[in-house]
Ligand binder design. Structure first.
Ligand SMILES: [Fe+2]
Length: 356
């Protein structure tokens, strides 16, 4: 009987799905305006990271699924969960990218949209102020429930729209989100309790309009030099001077000479923010580079990380590469490492220099 024959493998059964890579935080979580580092990092590592890990696990299950034989409840369940997880990943990335100041400067709360986006908001809402009133009222109307308030570009409607979303899988077909405001309780409860309206007002005082405007230009096909806006502040500009969390995890799982030396760099002022590290890393003060650089082996790759992958690891990698070392900065730092579920050990400060 035909039923006895093994079904031929589908392309999906033999394909290895590409991992959806973690995006780094572009905001500086310790330099925000009325949004705490504890809230933002917990949200990024646990809710965004959780969705990302779930999405990759679901994609691995789907890649191994025998589509001809799988029961419909399994197909429905996995595809529904894939949609929800992917929506959560994408909307969280739009949310975090829309927040933050300029370099080390916290958001002032006074920033306004750049001219091109301001004109589009005026065209579609009457004025920037009218857009803001509608957007914040919509977000506050979602208080006590959950969902997203989204500013999206719709090519079909020919305009920007403020879109209501009840969950991660709820979107305007064909709409491109350029600003997403997370109205799930996990986005604010640590700082604001049940005061969702106060959270909405505080988010509006932390918007990074250059990045929101860059997403708008990308959505309407008028991108020009946006890459620099999405490079974390102080991270090395050259791709070969950076390593992703996924790539580092892969090379650390190998036990050969290509395994990188791990350097954990931390400013003295940031020591209270630290509690863990990657296993085998040496913990150093960046200013003591002339002392610890002598201990680095030549001819081995070096992976350098700091808390979020901004200028602390970026400057050290630039200096190490200038001295001829094959050094790379971990994109997103140990925060991105946490988000992908990378293992850590308790922080060991034995190698840390006293005020160099
Ligand atoms: Fe969230």
């Amino acid at each position: 009987m035909d039923a006895q024959k093994p079904s031929p493998p589908s392309p999906r059964q033999v394909a290895t799905p590409a991992i959806v890579a973690v995006q780094p935080l572009r905001l500086k979580p310790q330099r925000m305006n009325g949004l705490s580092e504890r809230l933002l990092v917990s949200h990024y590592e646990n809710n965004y990271g959780g969705a990302l890990r779930r999405l990759n696990a679901i994609r691995a299950r789907l890649a191994a699924l025998d589509w001809a034989r799988a029961p419909v409840f399994e197909i429905n369940g996995l595809k529904r969960e894939e949609l929800i997880a992917a929506g959560s990943v994408i909307l969280h990335e739009v949310y975090f990218d829309a927040l933050g100041g300029d370099g080390d400067n916290p958001p002032t709360g006074l920033a306004e949209p750049p001219a091109g986006l301001a004109r589009a908001l005026e065209r579609d809402f009457g004025s920037v102020m009218a857009w803001r009133a509608e957007f914040t009222a919509l977000a506050k109307a979602q208080a006590g429930g959950s969902g997203w308030t989204i500013l999206a570009w719709s090519a079909r409607l020919g305009r920007l729209v403020n879109q209501w979303a009840a969950d991660h899988g709820h979107g305007l077909p064909g709409g491109v989100p350029i600003l997403a405001l997370d109205m799930y309780e996990h986005a604010y409860h640590l700082d604001f309790g049940a005061k969702a309206a106060a959270y909405v007002d505080q988010v509006m005082a932390n918007l990074n309009w250059p990045r929101i405007a860059a997403r708008y230009r990308l959505a309407i096909g008028e991108s020009a030099g946006e890459d620099a806006l999405f490079l974390p502040y102080g991270a090395p500009a050259q791709a070969e001077a950076r390593i992703s969390a996924e790539a580092l995890k892969a090379v650390l799982e190998r036990d050969d000479e290509r395994r990188p030396v791990l350097l954990d760099l931390c400013l003295p002022v940031d020591l209270p923010r630290r509690s863990d590290m990657l296993a085998g890393a040496a913990f150093h003060a960046p200013a003591a580079l002339p002392r610890w650089v002598e201990q680095l082996p030549r001819g081995r790759p070096i992976a350098v990380y700091c808390i979020c992958g901004f200028q602390v690891s970026g400057r050290a990698v630039t200096e190490l590469r200038r001295r001829g070392y094959d050094a790379r900065a971990l994109v997103g730092g140990i925060t991105a490492w946490h988000a992908i579920g990378g293992a850590t050990v308790p922080l060991d400060t034995a190698t840390y220099e006293d005020a160099p």
